[in-house]
Ligand binder design. Structure first.
Ligand code: F6R
Length: 247
């Protein structure tokens, strides 16, 4: 059998993660909010829960603002929505200024009609032996039917959730040590660098990869470099970065 060069190129072609480019963060966030709203309405019609995986940080702020607007101005109900957040600092009180539990209430949960018991954010106050808690978090995601849409941001070093470069592709919810570069990047939220926790609870790359759809948001020029590395990087590089492991 003779195979021509074109066929070899097709066989060897590298499938990249699909990338949508938007004029700005607001437009991009609106497009993602529309997709989430369509899922919620579709699940409402089927009398099923819509399960969302959510992130914190500056990246999803416009998305949450748009979901709140859809609720207030266009009557989008979140009564059938169940959410699971990616991560939380450890240890931290849920009402601390930097807590991701607090962030989610301030940016989303307090402004929509989602039942409080449907909102799951890792608890930064659980005793340090968190294995049972972490396993229960994973089981709760499964019991809800698995995540329909997982929203992610990406750190400048390629971390997703608090899965730092080198995290295992099969990792699950666990206690992790934050990279110094991540602590430095997040130091602006704290009064000084020494106040930034050294640990965090995060769902794993394996947890994220189980989601039916993953949407990673990255806005602005400063994120372009890490997005390029994640999408177009060499396989060696990809093995070290958590981000490209996401489907
Ligand atoms: C937070 C999270 C992190 C952030 C990342 C980017 O829940 O998952 O991985 O997405 O640190 O942060 P921002 O959006 O502030 O640039």
């Amino acid at each position: 059998m003779t195979i021509n060069h074109q066929e070899i190129e097709l066989i060897d072609s590298f499938e990249q993660i699909s990338v949508d480019i938007h004029p700005d963060a607001k437009e991009g966030s609106k497009a993602v909010a529309r997709e989430i709203a369509a899922l919620i309405r579709e699940k409402q019609a089927a009398k099923e829960p819509a399960v969302l995986g959510l992130a914190t940080g500056s990246t999803p702020k416009y998305l949450y603002a748009e979901l709140v607007r859809l609720h207030k101005e266009e009557g989008l109900s979140f009564k059938n929505v169940v959410t699971f957040n990616l991560d939380e600092y450890y240890p931290i009180e849920p009402d601390a200024l930097q807590s991701y539990n607090r962030f989610m209430k301030e940016h989303l949960f307090n402004h929509i009609d989602i039942p409080a018991e449907n909102c799951n954010v890792p608890d930064g106050t659980v005793p340090k032996e968190i294995k049972a808690y972490a396993e229960a978090y994973e089981r709760k995601i499964e019991a809800a039917g698995g995540i329909d849409i997982q929203i992610l941001g990406i750190g400048n070093n390629g971390h997703i959730g608090f899965n730092e470069p080198g995290s295992n592709v099969n990792s699950h919810t666990r206690l992790v040590t934050l990279d110094n570069s991540t602590r430095l990047a997040n130091a602006y939220e704290f009064s000084n660098m020494s106040q930034v926790p050294r640990l965090a609870i995060t769902t794993g790359i394996g947890t994220i990869m189980k989601a039916k759809k993953v949407i990673l948001l990255a806005w602005g020029q400063h994120k372009a470099k890490i997005v390029r590395r994640s999408v177009e990087g060499s396989s060696t590089d990809q093995a070290r970065l958590p981000a490209p492991a996401a489907p």
